[in-house]
Design a protein around this ligand. Structure first.
Ligand SMILES: C[S@@+](CC[C@H](N)C(=O)[O-])C[C@H]1O[C@@H](n2cnc3c(N)ncnc32)[C@H](O)[C@@H]1O
Length: 246
């Protein structure tokens, strides 16, 4: 068991924060179709509760979902019985040969376990080597700008049987976004409280694009997946392993 996305936050993310994945997927399917990837294995890094995995499965792909949160994977397994799931860090996971890799919802930013330029670079290499020529790696990442420098933003969101209290701030010197998350989930007549602190690296999109380019990817950066405009301070990357025909 990890300290992040434990049972209650995993449940709340699944029921209350599903829009990001659900609205991203039509645009991601369009990219896959555009790149002539209509069958084969797709690896869903940071698959969470399997919302994107399920859509890939329904569209005829084989899917391997990887997430560091056991509670998220428990939900994912009940959602998509045909997919394979692994509880492990995407930063150290073996990436088997596949048609495409996706990672939705800023999974590469998290500092739950070791995350550095060298670790990211090694992951990009593993993904590049796992993809066939013409294969595609699609992901989105957080960049600075969700919170004004020096500001601490507090907010809350509520659902039928849960409340999330959120406090976030950016440290631009360290390039880190910190989110303090308090969840209250109804259990019988009472509400159970849990606390999590999520720290994320804030990327420089241009440097990330250059790192992918050095490995051999052709990189496109977008502010949307299809019709879905990403929330502020997020960038989508479409990194293609070139066919050699220019
Ligand atoms: C914002 S959620 C997005 C989940 C899912 N992709 C979605 O869009 O619904 C971020 C996910 O990244 C996962 N994650 C964060 N760091 C990870 C790591 N090092 N390895 C694997 N998963 C990680 C979290 O456990 C969480 O499920």
């Amino acid at each position: 068991m990890t300290d992040w996305y434990n049972e209650d936050l995993a449940y709340i993310h699944d029921v209350g924060y599903r829009d990001y994945a659900l609205k991203s997927m039509p645009g991601i399917l369009e990219i896959l179709q555009h790149d002539n990837i209509s069958t084969g294995l797709i690896i869903d890094l940071g698959c969470g509760s399997g919302l994107s995995t399920e859509i890939l499965d329904r569209n005829g792909y084989q899917v391997l979902g990887i997430d560091i949160s056991g509670a998220m994977i428990e939900i994912a397994k009940t959602r998509v019985s045909a997919a394979e799931f692994r509880v492990e860090s995407l930063f150290t996971a073996e990436i088997p040969p596949c048609a495409a890799v996706i990672s939705i919802g800023e999974c590469l930013n998290y500092l739950f376990d070791a995350n550095s330029d060298a670790i990211l670079d090694a992951l990009f290499h593993r993904i590049y080597n796992a993809l066939p020529i013409g294969g595609t790696f699609i992901f989105d990442a957080v960049i600075p700008g969700q919170v004004r420098p020096g500001e601490i933003v507090k907010s809350f969101t509520e659902g039928q049987d849960w409340i999330v209290l959120l406090e976030k701030q950016e440290d631009l010197e360290q390039q880190i976004l910190t989110r303090r998350i308090i969840t209250l989930r109804q259990v019988g007549d009472l509400y159970r409280r849990t606390d999590e602190v999520h720290r994320q690296r804030l990327f420089n999109a241009q440097l990330l694009s250059e790192a992918l380019g050095k490995i051999g990817f052709q990189v496109e950066m977008r502010d949307r997946y299809g019709q879905f405009s990403l929330p502020p301070a997020r960038v989508a990357f479409i990194a293609r392993k070139p066919t050699g025909i220019m």
